[in-house]
Design a protein around this ligand. Sequence first.
Ligand code: C2E
Ligand code: MG
Ligand code: MG
Ligand code: MG
Length: 290
Amino acid sequence: SNAKQLQEQYSFYQQGQDEHHQRRLTILRDLPLALQSNQLFVVYQPKVDLHQYQCDAAEALIRWVHPELGFVPPDEFIQLAEHAGLINQVTDWMLSAVIRQLASWRQQGIELQVAVNLSAHDLSNPGLPEHIASILQQHQLPSKALALEVTEGAVMRDPKQVIRVLHQLRQMGIDLAIDDFGTGQSSLAYLKQLPVHEVKIDRAFVKDIEHNHQDELIVSATVQLAHGLGLKVTAEGLENKAGLAILLQHQCNIVQGYYFSKPLTAEQFGIWLGGFSAKQNQWFTPEDIG
Ligand code: C2E
Ligand code: MG
Ligand code: MG
Ligand code: MG
């Protein structure tokens, strides 16, 4: 009967809800421990400069392999950490791990700029700039080695305070990027007030760019706008060569995506980097380079 079907559907739904709830509780319960054990690690995704055909930057992304749940996606636990007031600890862990790695790369003669993602809560912490300055100093790293990414959404939460913190970071010499550009509900008006260097166009507009004329228009307009404001443009989430040609044609500055590489452990990254500079024409054909 209909009623019975509904009942079954409901209990199926209920069971799903319970499992979902249980998973959230487990994540929140275990995150503090993960911060102190070796369950968390950092992966680095190359950012390739399309004008120099070289890679001198990367984005750092957090990874968590939970002992029972296995891989927990950052989109899932970062959001929970924000709600539970744990995000500042996650960010501190990330900043320390990345800055330590940057120092070690420099000792090996590898000069990279690595970007760390910040959350809305990080930006309402007035102590953040000083905290970052002290870790950089501790490892004797120039501030140019670090970049920070913020989303439009994070800025909109508390624009006055966030803009103040961003200006302080900027004055320290740290490069700033707007992440996931085009997906938030802002923002052209804010763009001119934000002391950012770079706009990262969201993957949503990049992934099918070779098939979708509207995406191409959005990307090309964004590049023109950003360049007009003196900003660089990174396209996120490029997966294939056809898209690369279009991004080059529209003067996009930097590409980050599986086409060049998935995010890699620090060790894998070092190996990738060696191979990349040795085999440039594997990525770029002569027509691209022009
Ligand atoms: P995001 O900052 O926009 O990072 C880019 C995401 O796109 C990464 O997912 C990356 O693996 C993925 N990606 C890059 N290129 C491609 C591609 O060609 N194809 C596909 N399918 N995906 C691509 P990931 O690592 O799962 O991170 C998701 C989000 O989680 C990040 O988006 C960021 O918002 C957040 N996140 C990751 N690590 C951190 C962190 O340390 N702190 C904070 N606050 N957020 C983080
Ligand atoms: Mg990012
Ligand atoms: Mg992004
Ligand atoms: Mg994102």
